[in-house]
Design a binder for this molecule. Structure first.
Ligand code: UDP
Length: 409
């Protein structure tokens, strides 16, 4: 059955639902096209899966298209992704050429007829070349931290970015000085999705047992693509320190994304590092493992997101919503979600992660209080309903480009 905003009244209340509906009336029928680079895997696909149907329920003609690219293109855009977040990468002229060629191919085949076109991340950013002197509004949605990029790739992308009508970042720290208006919109999770909805104890226990995990002993978990920025090896190092003092198990669960060719290599390294320890469970999950991920997190004692670089880190809100304290790397959007000492702990090293894990493992009451704080924090700030409202407000703001105050009633 199609999702409607009213389904969320039980979580956010009828008044908020009514307010969003009233706002949406002002942009009813708007053709709002989202474009990204993967239909499955990673946070952006996750977000669009939830938001596009809700916008449609509000009477907005919201659609989602995916650009096409071959292996070579996605290797280039992965290098861009790394370099934009400050990781040293060699960016050659041939790579820029590959990017431009794939952009051209997509420009020839994609339907770009819409009122507002929201382009997600650098992979499809070059589509802005289709911008003409017409009514269409183009907005670039950047999900990663580009505050400290490698020069060459930013010099290449900036002229594209500055042709947009605006740019959206997840938090002020991620933005750059640009000649176009900027909007701040943090991502969100869907409390009713299979990934986040309530599960009964039996289902959780069965899932853990299916993966060979002992439900009776403490479980430390990180759910992430196998990506160096997520630091799975650092998580294993932290677990090894904890394990000397506290009997527990480690779950590292993740899959790949079709736009991430590095995953296989990182997974291989993780497997080698974990070999020989039956209490480390490295789970390679197929796409659409939402219920399994939900159960794994709900069955966990503590959740890690020990990234060394991060966009927003949806996995953090997903865990906080399930009342799990989160030990997160002090980077990117994790800092918005993990309030140090309140909803979890921010750490800078495997040693720090191990120290905090030991503190939490030894103190069930602290885990309970932090879990409750985390749930409230997500409820106030990071649910899909707030995100949908922000999308509506963006459409409204684009209708009034030069006005500081927009009178709605
Ligand atoms: N995820 C998933 N399967 C996996 C690994 C991750 O469905 O094997 C989900 C995860 O639950 C979250 C999203 O993918 O919803 C990852 O988003 P996040 O912002 O944490 O990281 P990204 O992958 O975008 O860097």
């Amino acid at each position: 059955m199609a999702v409607t905003l009213e389904d969320y009244a039980g979580v956010i209340g009828h008044a908020v639902v009514d307010e969003i509906r009233a706002l949406a009336q002002r942009v009813r029928g708007r053709r709002f096209k989202n474009i990204n680079s993967t239909a499955v895997g990673g946070g952006v696909a996750e977000l669009l899966t939830r938001i596009v149907p809700l916008l449609a329920d509000l009477g907005i003609d919201a659609t989602w298209d995916v650009i096409k690219g071959n292996q070579a293109f996605f290797e280039v855009t992965k290098a861009f992704h790394n370099a934009l977040q400050g990781k040293p990468e060699t960016i050659t002229d041939a790579m820029l050429e590959t990017y431009l060629e794939t952009t051209e191919t997509n420009l020839r085949s994609m339907n770009l007829d819409a009122d507002v076109i929201l382009i997600h991340d650098p992979q499809p950013a070059g589509l802005i070349q289709a911008r003409g002197n017409d009514h269409r509004r183009w907005v670039w949605r950047c999900h990663v931290d580009i505050s400290n990029p490698q020069r060459k790739v930013w010099d290449f992308l900036q002229p594209f970015v500055e042709r947009y009508d605006g740019a959206i970042f997840s938090m002020p720290d991620f933005a750059r000085q640009l000649s176009i208006p900027q909007y701040m919109v943090p991502p969100s999770i869907d409390p009713l999705s299979d990934k986040n909805r309530e599960l009964d104890e039996e289902e959780i226990r069965c899932t853990l047992e299916r993966f060979g995990i002992d439900p009776r002993r403490p479980i430390l978990t990180q759910i992430s693509r196998f990506d160096r920025f997520k630091d799975p090896l650092g998580v294993i190092a932290a677990y090894r320190m904890v394990r000397k003092r506290f009997d527990c198990q480690l779950v590292l669960a993740g899959g790949g994304a079709t736009d991430d060719p590095e995953g296989e290599e990182v997974l291989q390294q993780v497997r080698e590092e974990a070999a020989g320890d039956p209490d480390i469970h490295v789970l390679e999950l197929p796409p659409f493992s939402d219920l399994a991920i939900n159960a794994l997190v709900r069955g966990s004692t503590i959740v890690f997101q020990k990234s060394i670089r991060e966009g927003f880190g949806l996995t953090v809100s997903e865990a906080l919503w399930k009342r799990k304290p989160v030990i997160g790397g002090a980077v990117g959007g994790i800092k918005l979600q993990v309030i140090n000492g309140v909803t979890g702990y921010l750490v800078h090293s495997p040693e720090g992660a191990a120290y905090r894990a030991l503190e939490l493992l030894g103190n069930p009451e602290l885990r309970r209080v932090m879990g409750e704080n985390g749930y409230q924090h997500v409820k106030q700030n990071f649910l899909v309903t707030r995100h949908v409202e922000d999308a509506v407000l963006l459409l409204l703001a684009l209708d009034h480009p030069d006005e500081d105050i927009v009178r709605l009633w």
